[in-house]
Design a protein around this ligand. Structure first.
Ligand code: ZN
Ligand code: ZN
Length: 442
């Protein structure tokens, strides 16, 4: 029993080395052109809902590689916006359909990295204010890794069988792009995937490494507007008014009991009041106070319960203050983002592939977080196994320095966020290519 096992193991290692080297050699050959692509994308960022040029560039590159490309996918609730989603399909025999997703959009952030390829783009946002535009979340890294992966897989067609779906999603930062594509009958028009995968760069992780988080990895995010209406009056005569500022203060405090007293400590949840506005001057009791909240949870049933608790508490505190029925509070729950659940069996398979491609030490498990992302929608409520994995983007020496000193590196969405392009792209392409090959190998 022993000898054949050892022989098979040796052969397997040899085969992997050969494959690993050939992929490395292909990456060596193409890296300089990917760096050019990356820098071009970095200097021409576009805001969410406006990714017209970015989408058409990515679509064009896929078309050159032989993909059948569909553009302008996506229907937003705001009909003034165009859906700039794109999909490239490459059929290569029988087998599973694997969807690989990249985002296309950038952020209203004025870049301050001082890099020679910094973005100088300025535009007017939806409110008419001039804003800088920057790929401060690294979606340019994702697009370049995505295109590199598409190229590798077209050249390695003899090693896989199935249907490859390369999807460029708009409006990830605003949380409505994935839903807009699905609402536009995405899975009716393209082969419905058996697996969906994505990567996201991570400044806290060293270049050369990837991270994975099985199970719930990112939270759902729900935005809530609350208008607390009172009865305004003179600041010297509270007996003639119903003061919404005091009611709002009580509401803010009472909301803290949802997570601390109503929710299981084993089900993570966050209720944050991020904005509170009311009143104009010292001696006027205002008519209303406006609050803006974000709610984060992993499980949908927890989200529903927290939202119901918020409504109950707001109405209850308002009633206790004696505010009449016709001045009842107005609570608006906006379209949110679902949680991201990394299907554990799929994660296990990809971890094996990553370790073979990158080495055991370069594949690390990472804790979940309460940030959010709309990639999870492509899994249709967890019915399609999906996973997002983390891509190391920072110089290892700087990561060590940051861990030793406790001073964090510039994070995602920071004007100073600066992934190290070459090693990040190499690992991004290698990891994503290996992941797809694992799922579609012959
Ligand atoms: Zn982001
Ligand atoms: Zn992002």
């Amino acid at each position: 029993m022993r000898k054949p096992f050892v022989l098979i193991a040796v052969l397997a290692v040899l085969a992997l080395n050969v494959n690993g080297q050939s992929l490395d050699a292909m990456i060596d050959r193409d890296i300089s052109s990917w760096l050019t692509t990356y820098k071009n994308l970095h200097t021409t960022p576009e805001l969410s809902h406006r990714e017209e040029k970015t989408a058409s560039f990515v679509a064009g590159e896929l078309r050159k590689l032989g993909f059948t490309v569909t553009e302008r996918i996506g229907k937003y609730q705001n009909e003034q916006w165009t859906g700039y989603g794109i999909v490239g399909v490459l059929k290569n025999g029988p087998g599973p359909t694997v969807l690989v997703r990249t985002e296309l959009d950038a952020l209203p952030v004025e870049e301050k990295t001082g890099l020679p390829y910094s973005s100088n783009v300025k535009t007017k946002n939806d409110a008419g204010l001039e804003v800088g535009v920057m790929h401060a979340c690294g979606h340019d890294i994702h697009m370049t890794s995505f295109l590199g992966t598409a190229k590798m897989l077209t050249e390695l067609k003899s090693r896989w069988s199935g249907t490859l779906v390369m999807l460029g999603q708009p409006a990830e930062e605003t949380g409505d792009g994935a839903n807009a594509m699905l609402r536009d009958n995405l899975y009716g028009n393209i082969p419905k995937p058996d697996f969906a995968i994505a990567l996201h760069d991570k400044p806290e992780l060293e270049t050369g490494k990837v991270g994975y988080t099985p199970g719930y990895a990112m939270a759902s995010a729900t935005s809530i507007d609350i208008k607390i209406r009172g009865i305004g009056g003179h600041g010297s005569a509270p007996e003639l008014a119903k003061d919404p500022i005091v009611v709002a203060a009580q509401v803010v405090m009472a909301l803290q009991t949802i997570v601390s007293r109503e929710n299981s400590p084993l089900d993570p949840a966050v209720v944050t009041v991020g904005s509170i506005h009311g009143g104009t001057r010292y001696n006027i009791i205002p008519d209303e106070v406006n609050l803006q909240l974000t709610v984060r949870t992993y499980k949908e049933e927890v989200r529903k319960r927290v939202l119901a608790s918020i409504e109950r508490i707001v109405k209850g505190v308002v009633a206790t203050a004696g505010i009449p029925e016709d001045r009842a509070p107005v609570i608006k729950i906006a379209e949110g983002t679902g949680s991201t659940y990394n299907e554990p069996k799929l994660v296990d398979r990809l971890v094996v592939a990553f370790k073979q491609a990158l080495g055991d030490d370069n594949v690390v498990q990472m804790p979940p977080m309460m940030a959010s992302e709309d990639f999870g929608y492509f899994s249709l409520d967890h019915t399609i196994p999906a996973t997002i994995f983390w891509l190391g983007a920072s110089d290892p020496a700087k990561v060590k320095q940051s861990r030793d000193s406790g001073v964090p590196l510039p994070g995602l969405h920071s004007a100073l966020f600066a992934p190290v392009p070459e090693p990040t792209l190499r690992t991004g392409v290698k990891a994503m290519t290996s992941a797809v090959l694992e799922l579609m190998k012959k």
